[in-house]
Design a protein around this ligand. Sequence first.
Ligand code: DX5
Ligand code: ZN
Length: 221
Amino acid sequence: MNDFWIAPSILSADFARLGEEVANVLESGADVVHFDVMDNHYVPNLTIGPLVCEALRKYGVTAPIDVHLMVKPVDRIIPDFLKAGASYITFHPEASEHIDRSLQLIKDGGAKCGLVFNPATPLDVLEYTLAKVDMILLMSVNPGFGGQKFIPYVLDKARKVREMIDNSGRDIRLEIDGGVGPANIAEVARAGVDTFVAGSAVFGAGQAGDPNRYNSIIQAM
Ligand code: DX5
Ligand code: ZN
């Protein structure tokens, strides 16, 4: 099992001070920057693109940037995120016409690749992709917004995927995304998750402008 990673989702950050916000959470102990890309087509919201990823790299962010593509189609935007410095690029299988080709596009570009499963999306496609993915992301909310309630049945899915990963003998990160915070993170970890996305739980903490506002929430997780 990998060591635990906390991956704050910048969807809930103060975008007027994004560089500082990301530097603060990383200084407070976060491991990865979870970067939510939404196109107002695959999900009913519109967020950020490769330019912002590039800007974070230029600002000096060296931590892994975990790009979660909630876009359709997928392939056209992958090269731009590879150029912009994405470390992980994950996408929803429903959003790709050719899942294996999209995964290979990410790998060939030097990033780690992964698939994202909405709460009700079955895991079947892992039968043919477990040998290729570096990350499996389980949505514990329906994608599109931060601050939603954790969907508990996803814990069973996490247990199943943990068993699949362990049986595969491959080094694959199991990430969960949506409604995770100090109150439920231990239960989620017990289900076999090793990478925890948290948006509102992290960026909703503390007083705006306080450089140490995230210390306690990150440590609590
Ligand atoms: C939702 C995004 C999540 C979201 C998590 O579609 O993929 O990453 O920002 O936010 P919280 O932790 O507030 O549920
Ligand atoms: Zn996400």
